[in-house]
Structures are given as C-alpha cells and as structure tokens.
Design a protein around this ligand. Structure first.
Ligand code: LLP
Length: 426
C-alpha cells in the first residue's frame, strides 16, 4: 500500500526503524507515522497540481507536527472545528491558507475563524449566511466564502461517506435550486465575498471519472451564476476523497492522472461556457495521511474454535473504528516472522467488549501465531486516531514519527490518570 513503509515478511521496518524496536520503546498499541512518506505525498500533489491550492483535510489526522510538515511542503489545511483550527495556527500554518468547513459550525467555530483570519469559510446551509454576515459585520471584517454545492454525483466507497448526491446532510443542492439561492444571498451581503464554489463528492474514490463529471456540473453552475448575476466566482474547490489501497493489490486513485484529466476537462468546459478558468482548490486527507501510518499491536490471546482462530490484540475499535463503521478490510502482518509457515486464516479482533470489534477477518497469518507476537496494520494513518475514543476507558495510543532510521514521540499515550481527571463528580 505504500512506497517507503516496508512490510514484507521478516523484521518489518518503517522509515528505517524496526517496528519491534519502536514497540519496545513506546509500548503498544502504537501508531507510527513516516514523515518522509507524508512529505513525499504532499510533493506529489504539489507537482501534479502546480496551479492549485492544496488544503490537507486535517480530519484524516492532525497533530502539531503533521500540520507543520504539510505547511512546510506548501499546503494549507481544511479544518472543520475551532479545535482543528487553533491547533493548526499554533503549529504555524498561515491562517490565510486555512479553510473552515462544517455543516453545523458553532458560535465558537465562527468566532475563532474570524479572530484568526482564516482564508475561506465554506457555507453549508442557508441559515449560516445571515449568521456569518452578522458576525463579520460585528467584527468589521469582510470574509471570503465558498458555497458548498451538492452536484448530484454518486461516488465514494460506502454509503456513510457519500456526499455528492441528495439525502445526506452536507451542502446545498443544484437540483432543487438551493445552491443558486445561497449564491444569490451571499452576493447581497456586503461583508461576504464569494470566493468560489465547492463540492466534495465522497471519500475513498478510486476512479477519476466522478471528478470529471463534477467539473462539468460545477462549471455549468458557474456559467449560470454569471448569466444571472453577472459575476464569476474565481475559485472552484473539488474537495478530497482520493482513494488509497488498504491491502496489497487494491487500486488507489492515480493523483497525476487526476490532475491531468481535471485540468483538461476544466479548460474544455470553461471554453465551451465562455468562462475564464477558475483557480482550482483540492482537499486530500486520506491520500496523504493514510499510507504514511502503521498501527502496531501486541497479541494478547489466541483462541481456536471449531470455525475460527481469533487473534486478540491490545487495541481495537477504540483506536480504529473503521472496520466496524464501514466494513473496511485491512491486511495485518506479523512482525519478526521470516516465513509464514502454514498460513492459516485468522480473525484479528480487538479487546473491547463487543462482538463487532473485529479488525480483520479471514486474513492469512502464521499458523503458530501466539500471545506476545507483534502485529502491524499498514495504511493506518487516516481516520483511525482522529476518530479514536476511550471506549471501555482504554486510553488512546501514542503517535511516534519515524525518519532516517530514528523514531521520536509526537503525541503521548492517554493515561488512566488523563481519563480519571475529567471525572470530577462525587
Ligand atoms: N473535504 C471535505 C469537505 C470532506 O468532508 C472530506 C472528508 C475531505 C475533504 C477529505 O476526504 P479524504 O480525501 O480524506 O477522503 N471517516 C471516513 C472518511 C470520512 C471523510 C469525511 N470527509 C473513513 O474513515 O473512511
């Protein structure tokens, strides 16, 4: 699934660091992030989309180091809360390179966005327009906004992560005219500046086709805005959603091909509509963080029933809720085994108190897998820790960065004391 995370059989290393050594030093469960892989992925985007604004979707994974790495590579950030925003700014991301999303932005989110001077606020509902205009007026600032449009395109790996068509909570539909209506309202607000139109089709998309369809629809809408209001929004944000391989042999979205085709489609659609080509914005999250991360677990028990071998590890749905939420399948590997003698299909389960806490089903692991073994799960960098919980009062795992054969801690383990200290009741 990734170029520098070397996970064949054997001693298994990431960024030149043996996984067993990292586990020894920081304990398990542990998440390792390959800094070079993150930076390489940022550069792939920067080279493929030299004229675009690239906004890393912080919801995939965020900590101060991650924010700093992507900013150093010239990217900005897509954030969707005051929490993500404050962390990004504290890490040194220039606020004008930050874009705020959210279908239900809290007063605190908007206050932080105006105070810190984010580059764009993406409007997701009609009521937000008046709220934002009032807040901008009170703060005596003019805010650049985008309108999030539902273009009517079905894409995305799972129903829960599809946002390009109706019947989900995000955006304003072209089909029922609410997108056009929102644009009209924004244009009447002196304190709001319409910077562009936005759409996000969904997530874990591995084909370029839906993006090309989105370009055509969005350019069509831009032309209608021009015809109705005599103005052309200068930017077009196509969101993120670029898919990655979770298991060997799975397809990933080809980023350079996407860039080439999107550019060609944009030029052609704009020429047909008689529009100047808008500035492109993209928001990849998973494709930058996902393949750059590895989760490490210790095997605690092995239980053989008539039908299954259950290998239980010391993490589970609290640090990776994705299999339970979306039925995603991973390809775990055993660390330190030079051959997979007699591989047997096993079910890797977590330690949590519910039967659905399954990390991987029917995966081949050595038949003699035993307690104490170390298990590595590749492609674990996106939407694991950012969606982690402390279910069963199990603290969230630490994050360490690997680079040039060295490993350093970025985020420490959540301790029982951390968890207990929040409970101030008698
Ligand atoms: N932009 C917007 C407006 C989004 O809502 C998202 C993701 C992205 C960009 C980044 O999408 P990416 O490139 O990472 O696919 N928890 C789910 C994914 C939820 C995605 C939510 N929005 C999962 O684990 O698959």
């Amino acid at each position: 699934p990734s170029s520098t995370v070397s996970l064949s059989t054997g001693d298994l290393t990431v960024g030149g660091v043996p996984l067993a050594e990292a586990a020894e030093r920081f304990g398990t469960p542990l998440y390792l992030l390959d800094e070079d892989e993150v930076r390489t992925r940022c550069r792939t985007y920067a080279h493929a989309f030299p004229d675009a604004d690239i906004r890393y979707a912080a919801k995939a994974f965020l900590c101060r180091a991650m924010a700093r790495w992507v900013a150093e590579e010239g990217l900005g950030l897509d954030v969707c809360s005051a929490g993500e925003l404050e962390l990004a700014v504290a890490a040194g991301v220039p606020p004008e390179r930050i874009l705020l999303h959210g279908n239900a932005k809290s007063p605190h989110d908007l206050e932080a966005a105006l105070r810190l001077g984010v580059g764009r606020i993406v409007i997701d509902s009609p009521s937000e327009i008046a709220r934002l205009a009032a807040a901008a007026g009170a703060a005596r600032t003019r805010v650049k906004v985008m309108v999030r449009v539902v273009p009517g395109i079905t894409a995305g790996a799972h129903e829960k992560i599809r946002t390009g068509t109706g019947d989900q909570k995000f955006g304003l539909s072209v089909a029922d005219g609410s997108a056009q209506h929102a644009v009209a309202r924004v244009l009447t607000q002196p304190d709001l500046e319409l910077a562009g139109l936005h759409c996000h089709l969904g997530s874990q998309i591995t084909s370029t086709k839906p993006y090309l369809a989105a370009v055509r629809r969005m350019v069509g809408l831009m032309a209608r805005v021009r015809d109705t209001h005599g103005v052309v929004p200068p930017e077009l944000d196509l969101g993120g959603g670029h898919g990655i391989a979770y298991r060997p042999g799975e397809p990933a979205l080809d980023v350079p091909a996407l860039a080439r085709k999107v550019r060609a489609e944009l030029i052609e659609s704009c020429a047909t509509a008689g529009l100047t080509v808008p500035r492109l914005v993209i928001e990849p999250g998973r494709a930058i963080a996902g393949p750059s991360g590895v989760a490490l677990y210790r095997v605690l028990t092995v239980k053989r029933t008539e039908a299954h071998t259950f290998v239980a590890v010391d993490g589970g749905m609290s640090d990776n809720p994705r299999p339970a939420l979306y039925g995603v399948r991973y390809a775990p590997r055993l660390v330190g085994r030079h051959s997979y003698a007699e591989p047997a299909p096993v079910t890797v389960v977590g330690r949590h108190c519910e039967a659905g806490d399954v990390l991987a089903a029917g995966v081949p692991l050595p038949g003699d897998v035993r307690p104490g073994d170390l298990l590595a799960v590749p492609a674990a960098g996106a939407y694991h820790l950012s969606m982690a919980s402390a279910y069963n009062l199990v603290g969230r795992p630490p994050v360490a960065a690997v680079r040039d054969g060295a490993v350093r801690l970025l985020v420490r383990r959540e301790t029982l004391e951390d968890l207990r200290s929040r409970d101030i009741g008698s």
